[in-house]
Design a protein around this ligand. Structure first.
Ligand SMILES: Nc1ncnc2c1ncn2[C@@H]1O[C@H](COP(=O)(O)OP(=O)(O)OP(=O)(O)O)[C@@H](O)[C@H]1O
Length: 742
């Protein structure tokens, strides 16, 4: 089914309740109909409660675009059996309204309340049927739950002011639990430690420098260390700051997550189905094909981005879902819709834990449990339904018609800790928790690296392997490149402008007689400029790209999308291709404009190898730095020495001994030597006039720069070697960083 046509139109089919499988229309019911109409088979109602039972007629609302013509009008719609009523032609919204408001009638009746139709339509999500035999394309697929429990969670910040050391408790003996199949919300005033607690439980914080963290965290009563990457891989975490690929669309982002993390046996159709269900559940259908966007690229709204981040995590049927303020930036309708979806995910078996600010009363009542933090301590912990009574018993009754969420926040903010404590808040942890289960080393280990359950989880096929991961990443990289029009345009224009400038400045200098030293020196200058221009134009994008993509990479890597190797290989492939195009444009321009005499392919190969080594150096520095601005600041420090040691400004022989080794680790040195050997080492220099000392311009330039035409193959090999070393080092740095936290 084409996604591009999605209009989100509700079409209505009505049929008798005696219909064999009221919520499943099967293919055989459409055998005498044109094949396009059989597509209705794929869009049946999945949930009983979505049906509207009117008298003895059952209405099924389906989302389907194939019944809508280009103007959005409902086309002739046939149904399964002869007794099934069929709505024909006309405004689909009108049919929608008629059926909701009037029961499922045939054509006719005027409609005057379009608002109702829209409202109904908005609640009309998730009409697709699972087509995967294992149900992996159902985001609400039942799953084995895991009970998360913690106690004695402490986080201490050590500060030093005017040589006086002090300690601040960010979290103080925090305790709580998130049973499976329940939604638990963490609330509390700003700075009360909500995010800190969530990060600790999700393994995204650990002791370091001034921060000391200790905690007893258990899953199904097995002690776990969530900072271990295997544990974190099993926790779906939606951070406050979205880290999505800016050049992907919500549909692509959700499908990519499903493709990379669900069993490799899932068909493309099942993945599409899952993606569509997720988009519908999250109300993202209307923006499904708009780019996510970012600082430089216009895209979907903040709320839509947030919901996309949620969808990206929920498609994997996680047992533990942590979300940091998932409703921030959402309007009340979308916030409620999201909370209801989370509730259904919990009902499927997950443990849901999220932080939230000022929920509406409707949202508040949708939580099963509440943890109220105040100044790093647990002020309340228990069922949400018990909150009003709990506060009333302690002398803080919730006024009538007042949002209990606002009430508890008001009480927490307006009263001192001492007063609240005296009133009976801040309960001690009185749960009877036995010793943790011991991990049986001989037992089969589950994905968390520990034996969680003796029941043994259902075996499932692994996600895609290295080759598939690389292929998927490669496709995404290509899309990223093509859609990043701003960067692509700038890069192309810069390459052409710089090459033309070099060409004009050094117009045909290499064609002059080298008997004049100045001509040879100018040709050396032209070669050096061609090389350095390519160094900068290839290294700079690599240098800034990684720090920018870092949050996306870290999120994806830490949640098991792919290995560092596939990420690296896919990026490398795209980079090598882009470098090749860029080098070709630049070398063709300069070769003919400057009038070089060396073989064109010598020029191309040397410039290309140097460009690759330079971008590898850029990636290495980019991987090691935290932000694009730091990387750019480092640019001169990394590349200026290359120019200084290239032999143009100071002959290597004159460089002080203690610095001379640097000449040999600079990629530019070898690029320069190859090109000088090509331009000044050929037959052309046989006819050049000699100077009184027996040298000529060619031999002088070769000698001064240390280039020996007999060693050219060595220069190629060293350049290639440097490229490999820089790449491997970057891979190492990346792997090291990725195994840590955000
Ligand atoms: N790594 C850290 N270094 C220094 N202070 C920290 C660190 N992490 C948390 N804090 C401090 O701990 C306190 C709690 O922060 P946290 O972000 O957990 O609060 P919060 O309840 O989530 O706040 P908000 O609702 O405003 O997001 C804050 O005062 C914060 O400045």
């Amino acid at each position: 089914m084409s996604h591009s046509k999605h209009l989100g139109i509700g079409a209505i089919v009505s049929f008798q309740s005696k219909f064999m499988h009221p919520h499943i229309l099967r293919d055989e019911h459409f055998q005498d109909k044109p094949s396009s109409h059989r597509l209705v088979n794929a869009v049946v109602i999945r949930r009983q409660q979505k049906m509207i039972n009117h008298k003895d007629t059952l209405c099924v609302i389906i989302h389907h675009d194939d019944f809508v013509d280009e103007d959005g009008n409902l086309q002739d719609l046939w149904c399964a059996e002869s007794h099934v009523k069929v709505h024909k032609e006309g405004d689909p919204a009108k049919f929608f309204h008629e059926s909701i408001g009037q029961g499922c009638k045939e054509d006719g009746e005027d409609v005057d309340d379009v608002e109702n139709q829209e409202q109904s339509k908005n609640h009309d999500h998730g009409k697709r049927m699972s087509i995967d035999p294992n149900g992996f394309d159902d985001p609400l697929r039942p799953r084995e739950g895991r009970d998360l429990m913690w106690r004695n969670v402490n986080m201490t910040l050590r500060t030093r002011n005017k040589k006086i050391e002090a300690e601040k408790k960010i979290l103080d003996s925090v305790w709580g639990d998130v049973p499976s199949k329940q939604v638990t919300a963490i609330m509390g005033p700003s700075g009360s430690g909500k995010t800190s607690l969530l990060n600790i439980l999700a393994g995204r914080a650990s002791s370091n420098g001034n921060i000391k963290i200790d905690a007893d965290i258990r899953l199904n009563n097995y002690v776990v260390d969530p900072t271990r990457i295997e544990v974190r891989n099993n926790i779906a975490f939606v951070a406050q700051d979205d880290s999505l690929q800016v050049t992907s669309t919500p549909r692509e982002a959700i499908r990519f997550s499903a493709k990379m993390r669900l069993p490799r046996t899932m068909t493309g159709e099942a993945l599409d189905n899952l993606t569509e269900i997720m988009l519908e559940e999250l109300g993202l259908v209307s923006c499904a094909d708009v780019l996510v966007g970012g600082a430089l690229l216009k895209g979907i709204s903040g709320g839509e981005r947030k919901r996309t981040s949620v969808g990206v995590e929920l498609v994997t049927h996680p047992a533990l879902v942590f979300l940091d303020e998932p409703t921030s930036g959402l309007d009340s309708h979308n916030a409620l819709q999201l909370c209801q979806l989370l509730k259904r995910v919990a009902q499927a078996g997950s443990s849901i834990l999220f932080t939230i600010h000022q929920p509406s009363s409707e949202i508040f009542s949708s939580f099963d449990r509440l943890i109220l933090l105040n100044q790093g301590r647990v002020m309340y912990q228990g069922l949400t339904a018990d909150v009003p009574a709990h506060f009333e018993e302690r002398g803080f009754p919730c006024p009538q018609h007042y949002n209990p969420a606002d009430h508890v926040m008001h009480i927490a903010l307006e009263n001192s800790i001492v007063k609240l404590q005296n009133s009976g808040f801040f309960p001690n942890d009185t749960r009877k928790i036995g010793d943790p289960f011991k991990v049986d080393e001989d037992a089969n280990r589950d994905p968390l690296g520990i034996t969680i359950s003796s029941r043994g989880e259902e075996k499932q096929d692994p996600p895609p392997g290295l080759v598939d991961q690389t292929y998927e990443l490669f496709k995404r990289e290509i899309k990223n490149l093509v859609r990043n029009t701003h960067t692509l345009r700038t890069r192309t224009v810069m390459t052409v402008v710089i090459s033309l400038t070099i060409g004009c400045l050094f117009w045909q200098v290499a064609d002059n007689d080298f008997s004049e030293f100045i001509n040879a020196q100018s040709t050396f200058g032209a070669l050096l400029m061609s090389l350095t221009a390519n160094i900068f134009s290839t290294a700079l994008p690599s240098l800034v790209a990684f720090p920018e993509e870092r949050p996306v990479f870290l999120r994806e890597y830490s949640t098991n999308y792919y290995s560092v190797v596939s990420y690296f290989v896919s990026r490398l492939t795209v980079e090598l291709t882009v470098n090749a195009v860029q080098v070709t444009v630049s070398t063709i321009t300069t070769y003919f404009m400057v009038g070089f005499h060396l073989d064109y392919w010598v020029l191309w190969t040397a410039v290309y190898l140097l460009a690759c080594a330079s971008s590898a150096l850029g990636v290495m520095v980019g991987s090691a730095t935290e932000s694009a601005s730091t990387a750019i600041e480092l640019l001169p420090a990394v590349f200026m020495p290359q120019i200084l040691f290239s032999g143009f400004f100071v002959p290597p022989a004159l460089i002080p001994n203690w610095l001379s080794w640097l000449v040999y680790i600079m990629p530019l040195t070898y690029g320069v030597r190859i090109l000088l050997a090509g331009e000044f080492g050929g037959d052309r220099c046989d006819n050049v006039e000699t100077f009184p000392d027996g040298t000529n311009s060619c031999t002088r330039i070769l000698g001064n720069s240390g280039s020996n035409p007999d060693d050219v193959w060595w220069y190629y090999l060293v350049l290639l070697g440097l490229f490999i070393v820089f790449r491997l080092f970057a891979l190492f740095v990346l792997k090291k960083k990725a195994s840590k936290f955000y």
